[in-house]
Design a binder for this molecule. Structure first.
Ligand code: AMP
Ligand code: ZN
Ligand code: FE
Ligand code: FE
Length: 279
């Protein structure tokens, strides 16, 4: 079984539609794929409608979270998408992302760069807006050659980065548990993305109901993967591996990293069944 538990679609900052992502997952030889768009479940219905019969679909999301002053991502799976508290938090975060992206565009315009909010909003096309959409405008304007170049410190990595509204990570873990789902800490040691949290926080999150840690991720070095694996083992957490596929916004391919079948089964068993795996 080939299992990839982290992929983005046009419902956030991926470049394949949810339906195309399902086809791409089957083409990549995956048996299980999770749809984990940033702060939204908008892709669930079109993905489910397009799912090839031989592909299992885990419906999820990647939640923008915060602990103290550190931003982090939680993968949430198999939760009730209509849970009122969760719906409200996701709506708040998405609305704030729009204001934030518009501010980033305003900062770029103030420095004379030819990008506009209308253009960026067009790239997001109704999905959760993120820095990759602003990167697209920078590429179109000939200012940077690639999305990764747009994340350099002099661009969206620091100079024009505006912080975004996020969900307190303990609130997020409890909300997802309350909504019948499970949570996995995404790329917890990805030092090249920014500041990372101490292991002591992961111990506390495990006590609060966190189910797993994403060890195998392209942003983790071999040493970082080993560290995450050891930490998960010591806390009884599930270890996952995933591509974090974003279509052409990133170079990684679907299925480039995978999760062991036993780990996947453990995660599914920890969920309440309110949102079953499809297939
Ligand atoms: P945002 O959520 O708007 O802060 O944007 C962060 C998103 O940008 C992440 O979820 C990734 O999809 C993407 N991203 C972050 N760093 C890079 C990078 N160095 N190259 C390409 N994409 C990146
Ligand atoms: Zn993303
Ligand atoms: Fe992430
Ligand atoms: Fe992601």
């Amino acid at each position: 079984m080939r299992i990839d538990l982290h992929a983005h679609s046009t419902a956030s900052d991926g470049t394949l539609s949810p339906a195309s992502l399902m086809a791409a997952a089957a083409d990549a030889g995956l048996d299980v794929v999770a749809l984990t768009d940033h702060d939204t479940t908008a892709g669930w219905a079109p993905a489910a409608a397009a799912r090839p019969p031989e592909l299992r679909l885990v419906r999820g999301a990647e939640l923008s979270c915060r602990w103290e002053t550190i931003s982090l991502h939680l993968l949430a799976y198999l939760f009730d998408p209509d849970h009122p508290g969760l719906v409200a938090e996701l709506a708040r975060v998405r609305a704030a992302r729009e204001v934030r992206a518009e501010r980033m565009v305003a900062l770029l315009r103030a420095d004379g760069y030819d990008v506009s909010w209308d253009e960026v909003r067009g790239y997001a096309a109704g999905g959760t807006v993120g820095r990759p959409h602003i990167a697209q405008a920078l590429i179109r304007a000939g200012l940077v050659p690639s999305t990764s170049a747009a994340f350099a410190p002099e661009w969206l990595g620091s100079r024009y980065r505006v912080p975004k509204a996020e969900i307190d990570v303990f609130t997020a873990v409890r909300l997802i548990a309350d909504a019948g789902g499970v949570t996995v800490f995404a790329h917890p040691r990805a030092t090249r993305r920014g500041r990372i949290v101490p292991d002591s926080l992961i111990v506390s999150l495990a006590e609060a109901g966190l189910s797993g840690l994403e060890a195998d991720h392209t942003d983790h070095s071999p040493a970082e993967r080993a560290h995450v694996r050891d930490l998960a083992d010591s806390l009884g957490l599930v270890v996952t591996g995933s591509s974090d596929f974003h279509g052409t916004h990133k170079v990684v391919r679907l299925g480039a990293e995978t999760t062991a079948p036993a780990a996947y089964e453990r995660l599914v068993a920890k969920s309440s069944g309110v949102t079953p795996v499809l297939g």
